[in-house]
Design a protein around this ligand. Sequence first.
Ligand code: BES
Ligand code: ZN
Length: 876
Amino acid sequence: MAESPEQFRGQSRLPRFAEPLRYDLLLRPDLAACTFSGSAAVAVAVSAPTRFLVLNAADLSVDGSSIRFQDVAPTEVVQFEEDEILVIGFGQVLPIGEGVVTMNFTGTLNDQMRGFYRSKYDYNGESRNMAVTQFEAADARRCFPCWDEPAFKAKFKLTLEVPTELVALSNMPVVKETVHGPLKTVCYEESPLMSTYLVAIVVGLFDYIESSTLEGTKVRVYTQVGKTSQGKFALDVGVKSLDLYKDYFATPYPLPKLDMIAIPDFSAGAMENYGLVTYRDSALLYDEQLSSASNKQQVAITVAHELAHQWFGNLVTMEWWTHLWLNEGFASWVSYLAVESIFPEWNNWTQFLDETTSGLRLDALAESHPIEVEVNHASEIDAIFDSISYDKGASVIRMLQSYLGADRFQKALASYIKKYAYSNAKTEDLWAVLEEETGEPVKDLMTTWTKQQGYPVIFAKLNGQYLELEQAQFLSDGSSGPGTWIVPMTSCCGSYDVNKKFLLKGKADKIHIKDFAASQTADRGIGQNSWIKLNIDQTGFYRVKYDDELAAGLENAVKANKLSLMDMIGIVEDSYALSVACKQTLTSLLRLLNAYRHESDYTVLSHVTSVCLGVNKISTDATPDLSRDIKQLLIKLLLLAAKRVGWDPKVGESHLDVMLRSLLLLALVKLGHDETIAEGIRRFHIFLEDRKSPLLPPDNRKAAYLAVMRSVSTSSRAGYDSLLKIYRETSEAQEKSRILGSLSSCPDKDIVVEALNFMLTDEVRNQDAFYVLGGISLEGREVAWAWLQENWDHVVKTWPSSSLISDFVNSTISPFTSEERAAEVSEFFCTRVKPSFERALKQSLERVRISARWIESIKSEPNLAQTVHQLLLEEM
Ligand code: BES
Ligand code: ZN
């Protein structure tokens, strides 16, 4: 039996001898003073002898004298700040069974976008405060004392006391509202069993629009007063997603209502609070006149993602943060399923390869981590909301689905949801259900992907009639790690009609080509005009390195347009990654890129342009003498497609062509294409005179803004000032973000510093800093790094959240390409590093060293200049 409160310190999880069953919470936010007071009555089940209750509390003053357990006052109350726990000790052992603990507390409505915080908005020209919660991952404890771990599910009954004229929302519908003078007391229905991180409250002035699902669930979108028309698109996607998920998971939406609301200050993109989903403005609001096609897609994906969580995450919740990927990977994967079905013309599954690409890029770092990662302290949780949990997570699910087959997979998911509804699950629980439903060795297969960091590259070599395969862990630094995986392989030869599916279990294997080639090919062998593609449609989370003969066959197939869009993407992405790791020359990558010059599909070109921009960046440092020519070559590669789409939208054109135009214009501006830059500036001036001009629709604005910034300098800064003017005049979050993302892209270093300083003013919301950081020009990287060092103390204080501070570190450090810089950065951080950004720092440093190594290797490529010049001369 525990004797002293001390013994609860330094533990990664709360003891389980007393667990919450039901919370009765009263909260009184004071929006003017930015404080709140509250009281909690929590029914607890005591299951083992103890004289202590141990729960979480942080940044709260708990009134020790108010605490009672079944009318008994405690003998000691201790709050351990570092552990964020509150230990309540009683004179006697608590009776086994149910009892109620009550207490009063007060706190601050902070400005850090976590816990219970205040956000600001304009109403009739005045600035007002709203009160909002953001509890994931471990910040419910900043609003009320609670067992703040996902496995302590309980029922919540909330009561709010707020000014009468305000809208007060929570997870559940209102059951009673009583007005007394300027205040009203709002009581909400009791919730079903749920985790603390999903509790939500929003208090402010809002309008709403409403619709309902086929089953009759009321769905509302709340916006700023007067802006409900911007909520229509999200409402429509929301209702359709709920209907779809109900069928897909074979379980109805679990709550009586769903509200979605736009919050002007919001650290993430959106948060899936049960029945009250919160969004940053730009991720929820869509305006036909003001938003771009890519804004539209982002809204759809975000809504579909958060609503997927209502099942995957909220109804069935991860048992501990180690299994966070079960939430985020699944919601990400299933959001593509929903959006594919609502907007089939977006070719969403091909766009999914953006996710796979980010996952593969991050997981090629030695400083990556396994999907299932050990978490020992609350401060470590936020850092795992990264591309591994989201993108690798979603990608290995797609890999598994493709291995098991869509129908079997869906059925098994539905039984998993039923089995663990209102409860918690671990990764293995999911594998067990899948295994039971399908009879396949799911656990063995998937464990190699979730408990082990990294992924393999498969070396493929043709030896007579055999295709020889060998796996090794792929790392961007060129080394090969120790991992081996059970790899779901697929292959086809010359056509997609015949293909083979098998598991590569050991280090190496070989297959006879007659197993997966049409019989003719098998007899004749792989001739000049044939090709072998592994990892069909990139459903597997791995890369392939083909021998020269196979690579040449694929290059021809790309040229001859024989391959699926997904395979076109996979080939260029793998080739780029292999080149970064110095496993393949930049020369051969450029030859391959050249094979894509007749491509006109958005989904493929979005990967081709991203590779082009990566090549452009590295060549600036690696081959300064040749970099102009490389730029010209890259421009040439994109120009055919760019000419086809032009600047002006065409009547009736597809969503993807609109996306393509904006993609190519942006890339050409970034590559310094003079004509595109001049045209962007010309159109910008017309737009300045007439903000409704059809010559610069929202889709093309970012390109024009960047074009303007390419020509700005300290002595000729009108473009910068005009952009600031538009920024100040617009109230649209998406427009603001386009401008913020442009300001720091200037080649003039003083202007870059000016943009960074502007970011620190209260004209830029803290949530939006990352747009500015993401735009920093290559020319500005030194001053940006100097700026960060100078402003470090202020930055860590103002952006405490893991993802935001990690953005600062990553965007300023990753662009460097020398060992010396890496050493300088390490030295600066050796006394300053914190858990919230430690991994981001290590990853950034690793990227710098990878670039440095790549540069050395490029310098020694004998045929690079000759190839560039030869390709430049080739006809289009
Ligand atoms: N649960 C997350 C929000 C979150 C992120 C909470 C990080 C705490 C820390 C939410 O479901 C989410 O994943 N949001 C994404 C949007 C989505 C479309 C990938 C986001 O905020 O970017
Ligand atoms: Zn999510």
